[in-house]
Design a protein around this ligand. Sequence first.
Ligand code: HEM
Ligand code: HEM
Length: 181
Amino acid sequence: MGRKGIRFLVAVLLFSGGYFLYAYFNLPPTREAKGILAEVGEGMGTIAGWGMVLLFCRGPLKLLLNEGPFGRRFFPTGAANHVQGVGHTVLLWLNRTHPPLGVITALLIAGHAAFSSRGNINLFLLLTLVVVFWQACFGLFLKSRMPFQTLRRYSYGVHAQLLTGCLILIFTGLGHLLVGD
Ligand code: HEM
Ligand code: HEM
């Protein structure tokens, strides 16, 4: 995330904070759905949350594993190698499951949104949906056999982003705070 990204994020934070205060005090709260379907929807939200953790922890894990000597500061050499080995096994699994897990998580979030709310989605939750589907679509683009190299490079640029992760955190956090009973 470059300078531009950080500036963009700060702007988003300021606008979001302002809009949150406005919505909190002036708009009717987003209503939570009731009943068995709503329970199913909440379960989907919880699972989707763990899905997001698995989708996003690949980046930090890659960074950690590249820091070979880093592990040696904490463990004796033999143990460090062992930890490295386990880390690689986990990373291989995360790599293989990333595309299907991405699609499933996006669908779970859509289901969660449909079942947990009574249709009066607030702006933050709407933006959450947009960013999540943006992420899943460009992921699919990356995997598809693309005839245009430029489009491929562009997809990579907008998919693997710390920025979208931060946006998702901000929008889901504030969006759920606007949900009342
Ligand atoms: C990254 C995306 C999202 C995640 C990880 C997520 C996760 C969660 C979790 C864990 C809960 C609490 C469930 C419980 O009480 O057992 C929840 C509640 C809820 N979510 Fe989401 N959610 C996401 C996006 C959305 C979106 C897009 C909507 C749009 C309508 C939404 C609407 C709601 C509502 C209405 C509730 C019920 C309020 C409450 O129980 O406090 N969520 N969500
Ligand atoms: C909500 C859904 C998704 C999220 C949150 C997500 C998140 C991420 C993140 C954070 C990265 C960069 C860090 C890393 O290396 O892990 C990444 C890379 C990548 N994602 Fe996704 N992703 C999603 C869906 C998808 C889907 C559906 C596909 C393919 C069908 C996909 C394919 C890829 C590819 C090819 C890369 C880069 C190459 C690689 O390291 O494997 N993603 N994704």
